[in-house]
Design a binder for this molecule. Structure first.
Ligand SMILES: Cc1ncc(COP(=O)(O)O)c(C=O)c1O
Length: 492
């Protein structure tokens, strides 16, 4: 076990002094100091083990020895930029491409999800000669200026004057809480028609669509699974307008969804985006990312005559690490594990839904699962404070989970893919106990023995706003209440 360099108080003091205050920390009233990690576990300075249910960066497991070794060995030999020939770059591009449909054959290696999405916007604008971008409600695509512009998750905090006039927001294809729900006869077409309407409005004003961008499954937006067929319809409208479809796989790619390697493939084999962006899991913690696109888009980018140079993107060390990650996914059948353990987790959670009225919806694919907590299954009043309470209570029991979505009431599971059935059972058992206690405090009774009808009813418009009722439970809720009222967002 490695030891800490400073005592915890000193670490906190130095952080307060030298690190920008907008860099938030989990559990700010009692932050965790992590000094070591392995597999799906993290360890604090006292050696206390935490089960990590949220870290989709440590995709194949924290500090996986094969990945660490690949990086260290290449660092001992050479690290430089892509202006020299190197086998790691081309071997990695070839191996990554083999996971994608043939049409997506050209890679640009960059260093973060934000860089990938920014480059994707550049590619789309250069290819189309257009400027306007359509994004989804509650989307988050990165922290740099061009991406705050297309991230309602962040820009809803800005004034109208700061909004980018070339950015247009389509409804989130959320069939639980969104505009068209599970009872709609064809939510995929209905949501895609909303995009079509936006395109028509943009055209009327003299604008032209460069791209539609969406996560293949919305993560920060509340673990939303778009109805199958939605992307095909959207792509049809966007292509007709001369624009491109960008699939952001920064959170959800690399086998997490279990049935497929890429989450966009859940839409069906007949759907292929024009650009795919990758990040987080690609390097298992090493900062690297990638944009993959078609030959045509790459050639259009080239035709501008401007060289694309990236000091670190695609360096031999990053590529060695990327190769090792792909190898481990196959060697340890982590995509298969995501499918099996994810299904077990979802089954266990479904049973909890029968028992706990606070659980409104369970949705997910593989090890990407959301549990939406509601105060009332008919009105769908978000149980925001309760979700925060669950997170804090789990932390006390050394389990790390987070809550997100526009109302911060969706418990997000996105653990390293080495998560086991025993891990799933443990966390669900703890959630069961916490919800029982919360429901007793709220005087909620057993869930009716009928299927949840809430998604089949229309929500009055004023119900869709932010409602942050506070619970007054014992113990750790002080910090919770404070955080909740301020609606502080801590994205993971
Ligand atoms: C969907 C999505 N896209 C892009 C990004 C930006 O990635 P990065 O933080 O590596 O710049 C994030 C980060 O959370 C993300 O969730």
């Amino acid at each position: 076990m490695s030891t800490e360099k400073l005592n915890k108080k000193k670490t906190i003091d130095l952080r307060k002094k030298h690190i920008g205050p907008s860099c938030k920390i989990f559990f700010s009233h009692d932050p965790i100091k992590i000094i070591q990690a392995k597999g799906q576990y993290m360890y604090d300075e006292t050696g206390q083990r935490y089960l990590d249910c949220i870290n989709n960066v440590a995709h194949v497991g924290h500090c996986h020895p094969d990945v660490v070794k690949a990086g260290a060995q290449q660092m001992e030999q050479l690290n430089t930029n892509t202006r020299f020939l190197h086998d790691n770059l081309v071997l990695y591009a070839q191996k990554l491409q083999a996971t994608l449909p043939d049409k997506l054959s050209v890679c640009y290696f960059v260093n973060s999800g934000s860089e990938a999405n920014d480059l994707a916007l550049r590619l789309a604008r250069q290819y189309s000669g257009h400027k306007d971008i359509i994004t989804l409600e509650n989307a988050y695509h990165g922290h740099i200026s061009s991406l705050i512009d297309i991230s309602p998750y962040k820009f809803h905090q800005l004034s109208d004057a700061e909004l980018n006039p070339f950015v247009h927001v389509a409804p989130s294809p959320d069939v639980y809480r969104g505009k068209y729900r599970a009872d709609h006869f064809d939510p995929a077409t209905a949501y895609a028609d909303e995009v079509k309407d936006i395109i028509e409005k943009v055209h009327k004003k003299g604008g032209k669509i460069a791209a539609f961008i969406a996560e293949s499954l919305q993560s920060c937006g509340g673990q939303v699974i778009p109805p199958a067929g939605y992307f095909q319809h959207v792509a049809e409208h966007v292509h007709k307008a001369g624009g491109l479809f960008i699939a952001d796989e920064v959170q959800v790619g690399f086998g997490r969804v279990g049935t497929n390697f890429w989450a966009f493939q859940l839409q069906g084999e007949d759907f292929v985006p024009d650009i795919v962006t990758m990040g987080k899991p690609i390097g298992n913690g090493h900062p690297m990312s990638c944009v993959v696109t078609t030959k045509e888009v790459a050639e259009a980018f080239m035709s501008s005559g401007m060289e694309y140079f990236n000091t670190f993107g695609g360096n031999p060390v990053s590529c060695a690490i990327g190769l090792a990650v792909l190898d481990v996914i196959v060697k340890e059948d982590l995509q298969g594990n995501a499918l099996r353990v994810g299904q077990h987790l979802t089954d266990l959670l479904e049973k909890q839904k029968e028992k706990h009225p606070l659980i409104g919806d369970i949705r997910g694919c593989g090890l990407f699962v959301g549990v939406e907590l509601v105060r009332d299954r008919l009105t769908l009043t978000p149980a925001t404070a309760e979700a925060q309470e669950v997170i804090y209570k789990l932390k006390e029991q050394h389990i790390l989970l987070s809550a997100d979505g526009p109302h911060r009431n969706v418990l997000k599971f996105k653990p390293p893919l080495c998560f086991t059935t025993e891990d799933a059972e443990l966390v669900v058992e703890k959630i069961d106990l916490i919800l029982t206690e919360l429901e007793e405090a709220l005087k909620l009774h057993d869930a009716p023995n009928v299927e949840n009808e809430s998604s089949k009813r229309k929500l009055p418009t004023d119900e869709n706003g932010h409602q942050y009722g506070l619970i007054h439970s014992r113990g750790s809720s002080q910090g919770v209440s404070q955080q909740t009222t301020q609606n502080k967002r801590l994205k993971t």
